[in-house]
Design a protein around this ligand. Structure first.
Ligand SMILES: Nc1nc2c(c(=O)[nH]1)N[C@H]1C(S)=C(S)[C@@H](COP(=O)(O)OP(=O)(O)OC[C@H]3O[C@@H](n4cnc5c(=O)[nH]c(N)nc54)[C@H](O)[C@@H]3O)O[C@H]1N2
Ligand SMILES: Nc1nc2c(c(=O)[nH]1)N[C@H]1C(S)=C(S)[C@@H](COP(=O)(O)OP(=O)(O)OC[C@H]3O[C@@H](n4cnc5c(=O)[nH]c(N)nc54)[C@H](O)[C@@H]3O)O[C@H]1N2
Ligand SMILES: [Mo]
Length: 676
């Protein structure tokens, strides 16, 4: 969201106060309130660390020693195995400048094709679907306050009451205006409890649900023929596909009763304006792109796109989840959403970088493929801003692969579970210690000021890229100065889909953020997209026929339940940051599995019992939390913990064929009770 907040110092202690910024309007969640605690945390990394050859432990080292060591090894790998034996893994928490510089560092300093980032585990399916249907991927094609103005909201597998709490004010305003909210989620989440209608579907059946609703809408004459004719293409193909999704069949597949399906279709069909919002539930599946496309088909058929207070939005996740996916950390991407396999795009960016276009590598391996190649094709990995030992699918295998590398380099604030495995650890500045721009869920580019200096032995990521590039003989292409990098990266986006050319820090501060595309300094920015035309070649939104396909693995006798994963309010991601905050740990101290009371009774499991969860890949032991808010056949494990509580030691690495997202939402597994 990029909530506005102020940092206040008193006697060396930092605290947070909310600001009346257009996104959060004075609201903050617990993670915001407690964020400053990490600035002076005693657990922060204070110097570089190098793994001692003899002892095998990490010891403190100087920057010169650490960087010299890294550079000499990188040079050796490039000579002996080729530059593509070096991999880079980035993160959606990096500022725009750092995400841009990391992509450039990989291609210009390391000359490797193999860079990707954690967004591939996040919203990559929604991004791919948005591009297919509308021609552009921007989380929200409208400012978030528009949510308050729409008649009906259809929210699929997203739980903002816990994951974006300050945004809930707009949902409350919408409800107070008489608006409707439909939530599709296998759990009766805090968000679903606010809904007019909750569709408690079986995980992995989203496309069937969407097709079934469109089937009913067509039967009942709810579709918008004029909109379909004027602003879309390929409806006929979708109409033929959904013809076989009659309500009884969809009830059988999804577990959602026919009466609820009819009610949902009726609410959405009768609304004048409506929004579709998706979260990670339908997206993080081996059919993630298709799931999102199926719901987009429904909204297009009902005419709920390309006009005010209507449209599709992906509830983007990390701090810079939007900007982090635009500027070249992706395996196939150059800044401004340009493509590495497009000769014109290559020339444009090569000209800004002062290199011949032939020097740019071709597209490389996507995240899951990259992690799979560790220890084989990839001998060395640099990780900036991700904790893959906890957050990547099939984590035990990833950990084994990380250990098999010749060289693992991790830059982080803390000794994360991934950093613990590294040969060299580099301590970096965190959010309040460096300035930078970020782009939020709405496509609003904001500027984050620096509040304090880090201690002298802590460097910024930009500083590290520059110092390493210098040692690799490519220093002239890099700057450690954020303002210079920002100016360069804005130029590099000029003419791209995500065009920042007209954005400056002054404008951002004066206007409370500027919405891309903003191609020139006299351009007002683009808060609302698609009102006149979609961003496709012919200006029409595209229908994409989608069939329901069973999940990559289905339940059987040994693994009879469905595991799904996600988040809780008081922990963040792999937990590197929030597990170090006492107030948050007091609320969510440990890993758990949410089980329905009835399911638990059948297995003689009581609330608080330790239970064993097994899949084909691993087993974990966590506390049972009994509830009535989850389906009988489904269990939910948040992924914020490591080791014996690591949800990702259970998940599989099946990927979507288009977005290459990993599947973390539908994993068959076995469950056994065990007394405390
Ligand atoms: N507190 C907190 N907030 C966060 C984060 C955090 O870690 N902690 N992370 C941030 C990030 S990076 C992201 S990406 C966002 C994610 O934000 P959300 O997408 O809101 O969060 P999740 O809990 O991952 O998933 C949402 C819901 O998907 C449901 N679900 C599971 N399987 C299925 C399915 O098959 N179909 C459907 N329709 N639903 C299903 C789950 O029950 C869950 O309630 O949150 C951001 N905000
Ligand atoms: N089973 C399951 N797995 C999931 C998900 C799920 O729902 N279920 N969700 C997926 C999603 S949506 C996401 S986004 C990923 C997130 O998973 P990760 O990529 O592991 O995200 P974080 O835990 O935020 O890790 C970021 C790391 O970077 C560090 N860091 C923060 N700022 C900086 C910086 O400026 N520079 C550097 N160098 N380091 C920094 C932090 O301390 C932290 O260790 O997990 C994915 N994994
Ligand atoms: Mo995410």
């Amino acid at each position: 969201m990029q909530c506005g907040m102020s940092l206040i110092e008193a006697d060396g202690q930092w605290s947070v106060a909310p600001r009346n910024f257009p996104t959060n309007r004075g609201g903050l969640c617990r993670k915001g309130w407690t964020a400053a605690e990490l600035l002076n945390s005693p657990e922060r990394l204070q110097t570089p660390l190098i793994r001692d050859d003899k002892q095998g432990t990490l010891r403190a080292a100087s920057w010169t020693e650490a960087l010299d060591l890294i550079a000499s090894k990188l040079r050796d790998f490039a000579i002996s195995h080729g530059p593509n034996s070096i991999g880079v893994f980035g993160g959606g928490g990096l500022t725009n400048e750092k995400a841009y510089a990391l992509g450039k560092f990989a291609r210009v300093a390391l000359r490797t094709a193999n860079i990707d980032y954690n967004g591939r585990f996040c919203m990559a399916s929604a991004a791919a679907a948005g591009v297919r249907a509308f021609g552009i991927d921007r989380g929200m094609p409208f400012p978030m306050q528009d949510i308050a103005q729409t008649d009906a909201i259809f929210m699929i597998g997203s739980n903002p009451a816990e994951t974006l709490p300050p945004i809930m004010q707009y949902f409350e305003l919408q409800r107070d205006r008489g608006g409707q909210l439909i939530v599709a989620d296998p759990r009766r989440t805090a968000t679903a409890k606010l809904a007019t209608l909750h569709l408690q579907l079986t995980p992995g059946t989203d496309a069937a649900l969407a097709n079934g609703l469109l089937h009913i809408a067509i039967q009942r004459g709810l579709i918008d023929e004029a909109f379909i004719a004027e602003r879309t293409s390929h409806f006929e193909r979708v109409k033929r596909t959904v013809a076989s999704y009659w309500p009884d069949r969809v009830e059988r597949v999804t577990g959602v009763p026919v009466a609820q399906l009819e009610k949902a279709a009726q609410i959405l069909g009768e609304a004048n304006t409506a929004m579709l919002l998706t979260g990670r539930g339908p997206e993080q599946q081996s059919q993630g792109v298709n799931n999102v496309l199926a719901f987009i088909n429904l909204m297009l058929a009902l005419g709920h796109a390309g006009k005010a207070f209507s449209g599709y939005a992906c509830m983007t996740g990390q701090g810079n989840g939007q900007g982090g996916r635009e500027h070249g950390q992706k395996a196939d991407q150059l800044p401004g959403y340009r493509k590495l396999d497009n000769p014109a795009h290559r020339s444009e960016v090569a000209a800004i970088w002062n290199i011949p276009p032939e020097q740019l590598p071709q597209p490389g391996l996507s995240a899951v493929e990259l992690l799979d190649a560790l220890g084989e094709r990839i001998r060395c990995l640099l990780v900036f801003a991700s904790n893959i030992a906890v957050s990547a699918p099939n984590a035990n295998r990833v950990i084994a692969k990380l250990k098999s590398l010749d060289l693992l380099i991790v830059a982080d604030i803390f000794l994360s579970e991934t950093a613990e495995l590294a040969d060299v650890v580099l301590p970096v500045a965190q959010w309040a210690e460096e300035e930078g721009t970020m782009t939020n869920i709405e496509g609003r580019v904001i500027f984050r000021r620096r509040a304090k200096e880090p201690s002298s032995e802590i460097w910024t990521d930009l500083h590290i890229f520059k110092a390493l590039a210098e040692r690799l003989g490519r220093g002239q292409y890099f700057s450690a100065d954020n303002k210079e990098v920002f100016a360069e990266f804005c130029r590099a986006t000029a003419g791209g889909v995500a065009d920042y050319a007209g954005i400056s820090c002054q404008r951002i501060l004066a206007e409370d953020g500027v919405f891309w595309p903003c191609p020139s300094i006299d351009h007002p920015g683009s808060p609302r997209l698609f009102l006149d035309r979609f961003a496709t070649d012919d200006g029409r939104a595209k229908f994409n026929p989608v069939e329901h396909v069973s999940s990559a693995e289905m339940p059987d006798r040994d693994f009879p339940y469905i595991l799904t994963t996600g988040r809780v309010l008081a922990q963040y991601q792999s937990g590197t940051q929030t597990r170090r905050i006492a107030d948050l740990n007091a609320i969510e101290p440990e890993p758990f599995v949410e089980v329905h009371l009835e399911t638990a009774r059948g297995l003689q499991i009581r609330d608080g019992d330790m239970v064993v969860l097994t899949t084909q890949r691993g087993r974990i032991i966590v506390k049972a939390r009994l509830s009535r808010d989850i389906r009988f056949d489904t269990l939910f494990v948040p992924f914020h913990w490591a080791a014996a509580g690591s949800a990702n030691s259970l998940t599989n690495a099946a990927i979507d064929p288009v977005s290459k997202i990993r599947n973390s939402r539908f994993v068959p597994f076995g469950l056994k009770g065990r007394r405390r």
